[in-house]
Design a protein. Structure first.
Length: 255
């Protein structure tokens, strides 16, 4: 019976909603609630985007180290047998592999725990709020339907003198249920929005520290092989010298 009663209520609410859209019955407007609802929906959208971006960041850091490994592998193939006589290449490869391993073993888990998981838990809270909003909207439809019945009985009195008092009583009960939920949401939705700041503060701190640690690790690994290379000002001259030797080969300009 409860199941059938639920179906009947949903059908009645659907009918009320349709009649409201066509102007066939009264519709209660609550600008204060609508304003808070709009702010909440904006927060929900931004939160989901932030959670998504936090996951994409860790994917991007993994992609950086994976790309560095592929790059050094391609460099090794380009060097061929000469790679064995280049200690800088071997040291660079070890540094990048070490960075990739440390990032996976320490940074990834810390970032997951301090950034991704808290944001995911925050986003998972919104469906509960949306369920409360749906219940409020259903109670509002019930109230508007009862209010419409009262107005119709006033406009066209029934032969049964008890119908109007019963309808008014039902309308008052429906109004009370609606107003209770509506008041809770109007009071609590701004609190939900305001609480985003103290919730986000430690997440933001952890995010920045994670990025700093990743950058420091990369710097430390690469700084360790700086001694393998000559001063930077000599680099362009070496490249130009080799290019000049290539241009002087007989194959250039003879075909």
């Amino acid at each position: 019976m409860a199941f059938l009663s639920g179906i009947k209520k949903n059908l009645n609410r659907a009918g009320t909603s349709i009649r409201q859209k066509t102007g066939g019955t009264d519709k209660t407007l609550d600008n204060e609630f609508e304003e808070e609802l709009e702010r909440f929906k904006a927060l929900e959208k931004k939160s989901e985007k932030l959670s998504k971006q936090s996951k994409q960041y860790i994917d991007a850091t993994r992609a950086i180290t994976a790309s560095q490994i592929r790059l050094v592998q391609a460099m090794e193939k380009m060097y061929g047998d000469a790679a064995f006589s280049n200690p800088a290449l071997a040291e660079y490869k070890r540094a990048i592999e070490s960075l990739d391993e440390e990032a996976k073993n320490s940074l990834d888990s810390a970032y997951l725990k301090a950034v991704i998981e808290p944001l995911a838990r925050y986003v998972s809270y919104f469906p509960e709020v949306n369920e409360a909003i749906k219940r409020r909207n259903k109670k509002l439809l019930d109230y508007d339907a009862q209010r419409s019945k009262v107005r119709k009985l006033i406009d066209k009195p029934s032969e049964d003198p008890q119908r109007l008092p019963r309808a008014e009583q039902e309308a008052n009960m429906a109004r009370e249920l609606y107003e209770n939920l509506n008041t809770i949401l109007i009071n609590d939705l701004p609190k939900v929005i305001d609480l985003r700041v103290p919730y986000l503060d430690p997440v933001f701190e952890a995010m920045v520290k994670s990025q700093l640690r990743f950058s420091q690790m990369g710097y430390e690994k690469l700084e360790g092989i700086r001694h393998q290379f000559p001063p930077e000002q000599d680099r362009d001259g070496r490249v130009d010298d080799v290019l000049q030797q290539m241009r002087q080969l007989s194959i250039c300009g003879n075909f």
